[in-house]
Design a protein around this ligand. Structure first.
Ligand SMILES: Cc1ncc(COP(=O)(O)O)c(C=O)c1O
Length: 457
């Protein structure tokens, strides 16, 4: 992955248990704005906000660092089980102030999977406290990612992610995504939902759990309007809750505080994480509508399970500074206004590259989907690992991207996420687009000769 002269760590020379054993890991040592630098001094444009879409404000923000330092000096840590602290209280109020109407309560956690798992527990608590304890199963789109814990892995339908851990997982239900390839209107997904509800029994379903706009699993994809309307009708009829995984989309990524704002449906529970700490603190949150809170308040009055770092002063102070910066600098408005233009610029720069099927997105959550250029429709042959090659070439060209090749799961092929920090200047965005387009053209050229020897997938 790393080019000449860069310092890399490989699985033979490290004590870290790596995620991918065959990968060589470039060593990044500092960051400044939308740039990061490796140990050899080579600089890269960070088109993925820290690689995971968390670093929404870029690197080296003095205001966030100062807020963390001040809080650490005053009171870094107390546990929220029997104690609270001003930073937790203030951040909860701030979040309730920007959340969809009726979302009045917030519980903090330390990351995305924890937030999703807490949302799952809260949905179950809601039903149990209303005397409806038969409800526990979840319906979710198969092509999704909700985290690596056993409970959150069980919420995806991707065998490639789950297989070895399946003995630990509860059985939930999955429906196919309503993408252009499978179900452009969303009607088939609604029919699949109906079949699952009927087969399982409406009284067994606790929640429908989904990303309102997908992240890595289907970059920047969101189901058509009809699907959301049909989902709301079925919630009203069958009594399950709707949980939105806004781990990526929450706190501005799509040009709204929450992506829910831009959809014709209001969820009951929202889980968010990455952008709340903006890469400066490990923090996530679960937010719920007052009807969910009221059910627990009028029932067991308990929602007691939590983690050591939930609501800690240090991470909440960072969250407050992040929200302050987003408001003060009008960054969410900037993402909302600039996002469509960025999408058009990407599409224009990729014009004529036949393996690019679509450039889609909302705000600064953009996705590029690749197809086999020979028919403009099929997945690329998986053994060519085209998306992986995109990331490698981009990296050589000084650009950080994130691509996925989940073809074996059946619902998606090679694709790339493009998710820059909200603070990127026009010139930086233009340079990211230029480096990305140059990388794609190089990969497309290489692909041409490889495809001559390969059957259509
Ligand atoms: C949509 C989505 N949900 C959940 C998660 C899990 O979050 P975390 O890695 O913070 O546990 C991720 C992480 O990438 C994600 O993209």
């Amino acid at each position: 992955m790393a080019g000449a002269g860069e310092t890399v760590i490989d699985s033979q020379s490290t004590h870290v248990l790596p995620l991918e054993f065959q990968r060589r890991y470039p060593v990044l040592v500092r960051g400044d704005g939308v740039w990061v630098e490796d140990a050899s001094g080579k600089r890269y444009l960070d088109a993925m906000s820290g690689g995971s879409m968390a670093a929404t404000l870029g690197h080296g923000r003095k205001d966030i660092i100062a807020a963390a330092k001040a809080q650490a000096a005053k009171l870094a840590y107390v546990h929220n089980e029997r104690l609270t602290n001003p930073a937790q209280e203030l951040l909860a109020a701030e979040l309730a102030g920007v959340a969809p109407g009726g979302f009045t309560r917030v519980r903090f956690v330390t990351g995305g999977a924890e937030a999703n798992e807490m949302a799952l527990q809260l949905a179950r608590r809601y039903h149990v406290d209303r005397g409806d304890s038969g409800r526990w199963q979840v319906i979710s789109p198969a092509q999704a990612y909700h985290g690596p814990t056993m409970a959150t892995l069980a919420l995806t339908g991707r065998p490639g992610l789950k297989r070895p851990f399946e003995p630990y997982m509860s059985e939930h239900h999955h429906i196919p995504p309503s993408t252009w390839r499978f179900d452009p209107t969303g009607e088939q997904a609604l029919e699949a939902l109906d079949r699952v509800v009927e087969a399982s029994g409406p009284g067994t379903i606790s929640a429908y759990f989904c990303e309102p706009v997908s992240a890595a699993a289907l970059p920047a994809y969101s189901p058509p309007k009809r699907f959301w309307e049909g989902l709301a009708e079925r919630r009203a009829k069958h009594g399950f809750l709707i949980c939105f995984d806004e781990i990526v989309t929450g706190i501005g990524r799509t040009g709204h505080w929450f992506a829910a704002e831009s959809l014709p449906i209001v969820p009951d529970i929202i889980a968010t994480a990455k952008g709340l700490g903006a890469g400066y603190a490990a923090i996530g949150a679960v937010l719920c509508g007052s009807h969910v809170y009221d059910a627990v308040a009028g029932g067991s009055r308990k929602f007691t399970l939590g983690h050591t770092w939930d609501g800690a002063p240090l991470s909440c102070a960072v969250g407050l500074a992040v929200m302050h910066a987003l408001k003060q600098e009008g960054l969410i408005e900037r993402v909302r206004e600039r996002g469509p233009q960025l999408r058009d610029e990407l599409a224009k720069a990729l014009d004529g590259v036949t393996m690019v099927h679509e450039v889609r997105g909302r705000g600064y959550l953009l996705g590029i989907e690749y197809v086999d250029p020979r028919d403009g429709r099929s997945y690329l042959p998986p053994d060519l690992r085209t998306a992986g090659r995109v990331d490698d070439v981009a990296f050589e060209n000084g650009l950080i991207t994130y691509s996925t090749m989940p073809t074996r799961d059946g619902f998606a092929g090679d694709q790339t996420l493009f998710a820059p920090p909200f603070t990127s200047t026009d010139a930086e965005l233009a340079e990211m687009v230029a480096r990305y387009a140059a990388s794609i053209r190089q990969v497309a050229n290489e692909l041409e000769s490889k495809l001559q020897a390969s059957p259509v997938a």
